[in-house]
Design a binder for this molecule. Structure first.
Ligand SMILES: Cc1cc2nc3c(=O)[nH]c(=O)nc-3n(C[C@H](O)[C@H](O)[C@H](O)COP(=O)(O)OP(=O)(O)OC[C@H]3O[C@@H](n4cnc5c(N)ncnc54)[C@H](O)[C@@H]3O)c2cc1C
Length: 391
């Protein structure tokens, strides 16, 4: 296929498509609205399926220098009494890789550096504002440019708030889950207790997740169910840490210490949403990948890994199909059920892990402790396999 395409959005999904295109001797330029690489200072957990694909892209050796393999993902009471766990050593035996924690910026930089060093091009300050397709041409308008750009096809990796999805895929919108995460980090000696293990502590209507990469800094997420919805961009008041401190006052003292030493400038809010009402990931010569297609609540650590799967499968389809439309339709057929399954599981975890009432929370704790760990281990090992042949 000799058609010339373009990627909208230079996040993990856009870079993954670009890297897979290069691996298959195709060239795809990325149009990115930001002025430069722009990513928040938080952590990502990468699951075995994502690591498998990063290894396939030849990035594993470099990635190893910046990630920390987790021995276990532990789920506990608010007093840090373990209820259940996902054993990452067992996961390595069943899936070839553990779960790892990495700074988001380190993963981005690594992917971007490789993409550029292999001749890839990212054009910054290119905010897509309009898109239309006629015959075999997709025309784009980019802010500040007075002529349209024409391509044979467009791959939209423009995130959960996707402009392409809004303009092309009528009837779809983002549904917020009623769950709000405050992310932050703290320099504290307590961090030394959490290197290489991630703990998610469950309270009543709240959760607190933490880990450390180096024993000095604790990275944490305080997850609440707010009565009032505030936009991610709404300012966080200076006394907000005190409010968090009071919300999590009945948690283990380590969590209090972590909140006491939190860096107020590291705090930011994230309302997680999922895409609703989307009937297909492709329309003619335009298709959606990553969060633009499905979003992903963070409970499964799957947002980046699914974006990598989307990218790998999409480029394979483009290589094998006779036409772009066929490739996109094959991609849609195969990827939508997989993403739907993952999103459904992750969504159901919001309710199961974080009910509001005390009684429901007591039932949750008893059920989690009683559930055979081997069964959930097997289930996660199955979900964390790349569901198609890579080569
Ligand atoms: C707080 C938080 C924690 C998370 N934790 C995890 C985790 O532990 N593990 C995990 O696997 N996933 C996690 N995720 C999800 C994961 O980050 C995403 O699923 C993954 O990065 C894929 O993102 P993306 O590239 O599809 O979208 P994005 O990262 O949103 O990238 C979209 C890109 O498109 C650009 N763009 C947007 N609109 C336009 C436009 N009109 N024109 C041009 N460019 C545009 C944006 O500037 C951006 O660069 C988390 C997400 C958040 C928010």
């Amino acid at each position: 296929m000799t058609d010339i395409g373009v990627i909208i959005g230079g996040g993990i999904a856009g870079l993954a498509v670009g890297l897979y295109a290069q691996k298959n001797s195709m060239r795809l330029t990325i149009l990115e609205k930001a002025a430069a690489l722009n990513c928040e200072d938080n952590l990502l957990w990468l699951a075995p399926n994502g690591l498998h694909l990063l290894a396939d892209l030849g990035l594993l050796d470099e990635l190893r220098t910046v990630y920390v393999p987790q021995q276990a993902m532990l789920f506990s009471t608010r007093h840090l009494r373990e209820l259940t766990r996902l054993d990452c050593q067992k996961l390595t035996r069943s899936n070839g890789f553990p779960i790892v924690a990495v700074k988001r910026a380190d993963l981005y930089k690594l992917m971007l550096r490789r993409f550029l060093s292999q001749g890839g091009e990212v054009l910054y300050e290119q905010k897509l504002t309009a898109i239309s397709q006629q015959d075999d041409v997709v025309s784009l308008s980019v802010q500040g440019q007075n002529r349209s750009l024409d391509y044979d096809y467009v791959i939209a990796a423009d995130g959960i708030g996707s402009t392409v999805r809004r303009l092309v895929f009528a009837g779809s919108d983002v549904h917020y889950q009623g769950i709000c995460t405050y992310l932050g980090h703290s320099v504290t000696p307590v961090a030394a207790n959490y290197v290489g293990r991630t703990i998610e502590a469950w309270g009543t209507g709240t959760r607190f997740m933490l880990t450390s990469l180096d024993g000095k800094v604790a990275y944490w997420s305080a997850i609440v169910r707010p009565d009032v919805y505030l936009k991610n961009s709404a300012p966080i008041t200076p006394d907000f840490l005190l409010q968090l401190r009071s919300t999590f006052a009945d948690y283990h003292p380590d969590i209090g210490r972590i909140l006491d030493s939190a860096d107020p400038t590291s705090l930011h809010r994230c309302n997680f949403g999922v895409v609703n009402g989307l009937k297909a990931y492709a329309a003619g010569r335009i298709c959606l990948v990553g969060d633009a297609a499905h979003g992903m609540p963070p409970n499964m650590g799957q947002g980046a890994s699914l974006a990598l799967e989307d990218a790998c499968f999409l480029v394979k389809s483009l290589r094998q199909a006779k036409t772009v439309e066929q490739a996109f339709s094959h991609y849609d057929e195969r990827r939508r059920p997989r993403a739907k399954q993952m999103v459904q599981i992750a969504n159901s975890m919001n309710g199961t892990f974080q009910p509001k009432g005390r009684f429901a929370c007591a039932v949750r704790d008893v059920a989690a402790a009683a559930f055979p760990p081997g069964l959930s281990q097997m289930r996660m090992a199955h979900l964390y396999k790349v569901p198609f042949p890579i080569d």
